[in-house]
Ligand binder design. Structure first.
Ligand code: HEC
Length: 413
């Protein structure tokens, strides 16, 4: 059933494509509205109920935008909502989580040296953490503590750092970072779904019924939008981090994550202040640079692995790859063509760690990465880069034969 690996790969690509597109739409519109909101100017001639206005130029025309705080006197005929950008981002992101981390739990989600759990348990922990995170966050916002904007932000920061630490205690570093991003993004999307849009709907219903809407709904929505504003950039960092093992697979990865959240604040502060025409606080760039340098430095602290050597025997799902008749030949190819780079300490000049944390130096490791090897070096020629180690077409056929025979479990040694 090698077709399965190919179909899976293409489904994953399609969902990732969708996820990036929807995220661009969501973040793009949200950044646009933040800047617009901060840039509004109060002028004497504004209609009653209008809070401010702004002129903009784009795409060959001028836009004249006015913001009504609480609501305009009557319901406009057409009203454009911004919500599907957010929902579609969350849904496609959740689909990615299922495809990559739940589907590939043995490889990407679980690190048995961190916590020895079954795939099902790990998936349940993942799901529960996302749900519980939102509930906890929402309770904090609605509690009396929630009335103090900065006090609440500090509490939320502590919650995020605690989650960063917690995730690194149960998952692989890579999954820990991805989950921290998913955790934060779930809060952001749930803010839109459970708070911002429902509150806006109440206001619209009041308008239609001719009642004066309560301003408190706008105030609550504004607070949640402020959180979303500061959380956006760290989320993108965490989502991209799986390409950079120094960020997620080093000793102090959770402290790195804590600093990333601070960079989200320092960077956004510059833009928020500038858009509000309150000056240009250049110090925030210095603060960001210092935080980044600290992160780089933290990533150089070596990670000491305790206990037995990692994954001496592959998990049951991968055993068929080591048991297949073609395995010895495939292993020879990998040992002679891949291991110089894909080792804990690569001998290839210029490499200091296994690329993408893919170590291919023993039977168990090779068996675990069978599907990736198949996709990277058998079905495609992505590996080795530029065919640096001169893999021959026959050798690629060997790798293909090994994977396809093992997945159909036809030829056990
Ligand atoms: C010259 C060094 C070198 C050799 C030899 C090499 N690789 Fe790689 N490999 C890399 C680098 C560098 C990356 C990271 C590429 C990137 O950042 O996109 C990588 C990434 C990978 C990945 C992860 C891809 C991903 O996007 O997650 C796999 C799997 C892989 N290699 C398999 C192999 C196999 C199988 C072979 C042998 C047939 C091989 N590599 C030979 C350097 C090498």
């Amino acid at each position: 059933m090698y077709e399965y690996a190919i179909a899976w790969e293409w489904i994953a690509f399609a969902v990732r494509w969708l996820h990036v597109i929807t995220a661009i739409a969501w973040i793009g519109s949200s950044f646009y509205f933040i800047a617009l909101d901060l840039g509004l100017v109060k002028r004497p001639h504004l209609p009653p109920g209008a809070y401010g206005e702004e002129w903009q130029v784009h795409g060959g025309g001028f836009y004249h935008i006015q913001k009504y705080l609480v609501a305009p006197a009557t319901m406009p005929e057409h009203l454009t909502w911004f919500k599907w950008e957010s929902y579609a981002t969350w849904l496609s992101g959740f689909a990615m989580l299922c495809l990559v981390y739940y589907g590939g739990a043995e490889l990407f989600l679980i690190d048995r040296q961190v916590l020895d759990v079954s795939a099902t348990t790990a998936i349940l922990i993942s799901l529960a953490s996302l749900g519980a995170g939102w509930i906890l966050y929402d309770l904090l916002c609605k509690s009396p503590l929630g009335r103090n904007t900065w006090g609440l932000m500090i509490l939320l920061y502590i919650l995020l750092v605690a989650m960063a630490w917690g995730y690194t205690q149960v998952f692989t570093g890579r999954a820990a970072f991805l989950h921290l991003g998913a955790f934060t993004a779930t809060i952001m999307s749930a803010n839109v779904f459970f708070i911002i849009i429902p509150n806006q709907k109440i206001v619209v219903a009041d308008l239609i019924a001719g009642r004066t809407p309560d301003p408190k709904y706008g105030v609550i929505a504004k607070q949640r939008s402020l959180h979303n504003n500061y959380l956006t950039l760290p989320v993108i960092f965490f989502m991209l981090s799986n390409h950079y093992p120094l960020a997620f697979a080093t000793a102090f990865n959770w402290i790195i994550a804590a600093l990333v959240f601070l960079m989200g604040v320092t960077i956004r502060h510059w833009f928020n202040t500038t858009h509000a025409r309150k000056g240009r606080p250049t110090w925030t760039w210095l603060a960001t640079a210092i935080l980044f340098i600290l992160i780089i430095w933290l990533s150089t602290v070596p990670k000491v692995l305790t206990g037995e050597t990692a994954n001496a025997t592959p998990a049951p799902v991968f055993q068929k790859f080591a048991a297949d008749v073609h395995f010895p030949a495939a292993r020879d190819v990998i040992m002679s063509r891949c291991s110089m780079c894909h080792a804990a300490e690569p001998v290839w000049e210029g490499l200091h760690a296994a690329p993408k944390d893919v170590v291919l130096d023993d039977d168990a490791a090779i068996a675990r990465h069978a599907r990736e090897i198949y996709l990277q070096a058998a079905r495609s020629h992505a590996m080795p880069p530029g065919n640096l180690t001169g893999v021959t077409p026959e050798e690629r056929q060997l790798l293909t034969a090994w994977y396809e025979s093992a997945v159909s479990e036809g030829n056990t040694r």
